[in-house]
Ligand binder design. Structure first.
Ligand SMILES: [Zn+2]
Length: 287
């Protein structure tokens, strides 16, 4: 394959030279989370953003979710004027209940649960660390959780014990999505708990130290043979028991998140946000 003639591309090859990998046509800027200490500046075409949203919507449809269904989102979005008494905000135009990832504490947790009940939320999209914190604090306080139909997770590795605890507490299953801010690989978990590579999204090569991934959707930053360091196991090319064709895998391990316990018992994960938008910082590490 011609692709194999091309060199591997490492993140360290790009950092500081991002513009050399980008086309400066109309599009959207983004960054990686910076959990390795060095965020990557990204540029996405409008088309690639729409494709991403379409696949996410498609995946949620596997669980029965439909566009327009009221959905709670707990994925690090800033909730304006959030307090311990109200760490959430309902956005009618989006039919979305925003839940702060940064205010989960014993004092605040009842408010989160009340908001879910008030808005009759049946679907929740969350960082695993965020919903894990909310679940742990609610259970520790002996609070009853409102029943959900499904929980959608992505952006972090979902440890088996975390998944089990969340699914048991909320009485529903998790549908996990695997992807990266660089958007060179994406996979969606099916009914059989297998991760299906999203067709047409990119080319994925298995190597000993991760995956070599080639983007096929983003014309403004088309990374070729870009190495991601996640460990993906249990590949299969046969038809999955769910009926879908294409390559699929069993597990992925990579990005694990810790939680910092702050004043008042507040649990804060995904600390990469502290570096975002700060001028003059070349690299940072939280450890
Ligand atoms: Zn399947």
């Amino acid at each position: 394959m011609i692709l194999e003639c091309l060199p591997r591309l490492e993140k360290s090859d790009i950092v500081g030279r991002e513009r050399a990998y980008q086309r400066r046509l109309p599009g959207l800027d983004a960054t990686t989370s910076g959990t390795t200490g060095t965020p990557l500046a990204l540029r996405r075409s409008v088309g690639s953003v729409l494709v991403e949203e379409a696949w996410i919507s498609h995946h949620r449809g596997w669980a029965g979710h439909r566009p327009g269904d009221v959905t709670a989102v707990m994925r690090g979005e800033v909730v304006a004027d959030a307090t311990d008494a109200a760490a959430y905000r309902y956005v009618p135009a989006r039919r979305t209940l925003l839940l702060s990832s940064y205010h989960v504490s014993e004092r605040a947790v009842a408010g989160y649960l009340d908001a879910l009940r008030t808005h009759r939320v049946k679907w929740l999209a969350a960082y695993p660390s965020s919903i894990a914190s909310l679940t742990a604090v609610a259970l520790a306080r002996g609070l009853a959780l409102p029943p959900l139909t499904a929980i959608f997770t992505s952006s972090e590795t979902l440890a088996p014990q975390t998944r089990e605890a969340i699914e048991s507490a909320w009485g529903c299953r998790i549908w996990d999505h695997y992807g990266h801010a660089e958007r060179t690989v994406a996979a969606m978990e099916c009914e059989e708990r297998r991760y299906h590579l999203v067709p047409g999204y990119g080319i994925v090569e298995q190597v000993d130290d991760g995956l070599l991934t080639t983007n096929l959707t983003n014309s403004l930053m088309p990374l070729l043979r870009y190495r991601v360091t996640d460990t993906v196991e249990g590949w299969d090319t046969g038809r999955c028991a769910c009926g879908r064709a294409g390559r699929h895998f069993a597990t992925v391990a990579g990005r694990m998140e810790d939680v910092v316990i702050g004043e008042g018992g507040r649990r804060i994960g995904r600390l990469d946000f502290v570096f975002k938008g700060v001028e003059g910082v070349l690299a940072g590490q939280i450890c």
